[in-house]
Design a protein around this ligand. Sequence first.
Ligand code: CUA
Length: 253
Amino acid sequence: MAINVLERRALMGAIAFVAVSLGLIAYATWGLGINVPTCIPLGTKPFDQASVTKHDGKNYEVHFVARMWAFEPAVLRVPTGSTLDIYAVTKDVTHGFLIAGTNVNLMLVPGAVANGRVHFSKPGIYNIVCHEYCGKGHQAMNAQIEVSDQIADYSVEGIPASAGLKLLDEKGCLACHTVDGSARIGPTFKGAWGTTLHLADGSTRTFDAALFEQKIHDPTAFAVTGYPPVMPPIPLTDDEIKQIEAYLEGLQN
Ligand code: CUA
C-alpha cells in the first residue's frame, strides 16, 4: 500500500527532528564537555564523609556532604586550571548543588551519589548554592570554591573534625596520645597546636604543620622533653595528614 505523501512528509520530519536532537546531545557531550549528571549507588565507596583527594597534577576528587543547612567542605581552595571530580551526597532531605558559573547542577537525593566534573580555567570565587527548597535554612545553604593563581595546592575549611579524629583512632595514634589533655606515653594533642614545644635536645619549636609532618615522615627526628623517643612510623597519605592537622588545629582550647 502506498504511503500518503503527507504521511511521508510527517514521517521524514519526525526522523529529522530525532536526528537533530541526538546530534545536539552528542555536541553538548563531546563538543562543549557538558556532563549529564550520573548517579552511583550509595555504598560503592565511602561517600558519606567529606574529603578531598589529590590525583595527578591538578586533578582532585572531592566528596561533598550536604545536610540541613550546610555543605562540607564549606570552603575549598584550588589552583587555577584544576579539574574537580565531584561526588555529593545528602545526609537528610533532598538538596540542590549548583556551582554558579559552571555546568555543575546536581540534585542530591537521599540514598544516591550525584557526580559531576568541572574544570576551572579562570580564577575567581565560585559559589555553591542549594537550589532545592529544604527547610527554613535553605536560603543560607551555600559553600565556596576559590580558584586562585596564587596557590600551588588545595586547602579546605569546614570538613568536620571527626574525620581527623577517626584517622587518629584507626592509625593507632590514640594508644599513646590523648585528645582530652591527659598524659600517656606521648604528649596530649589537646591544646598543643600552635604552642612551643621543648625538645629533648634542648631546642624549642612551634607545634605546626611543618613539625607534625616532619615527625610523621621521620618519627625519630626529635622527641619532646619528658617523653621517651618511641614514636613508630605511621603510614599516612598527604590527604590524611591534612585531615589530622585540621582536627589538631581545632583542638586548641
Ligand atoms: Cu538544601 Cu535548600
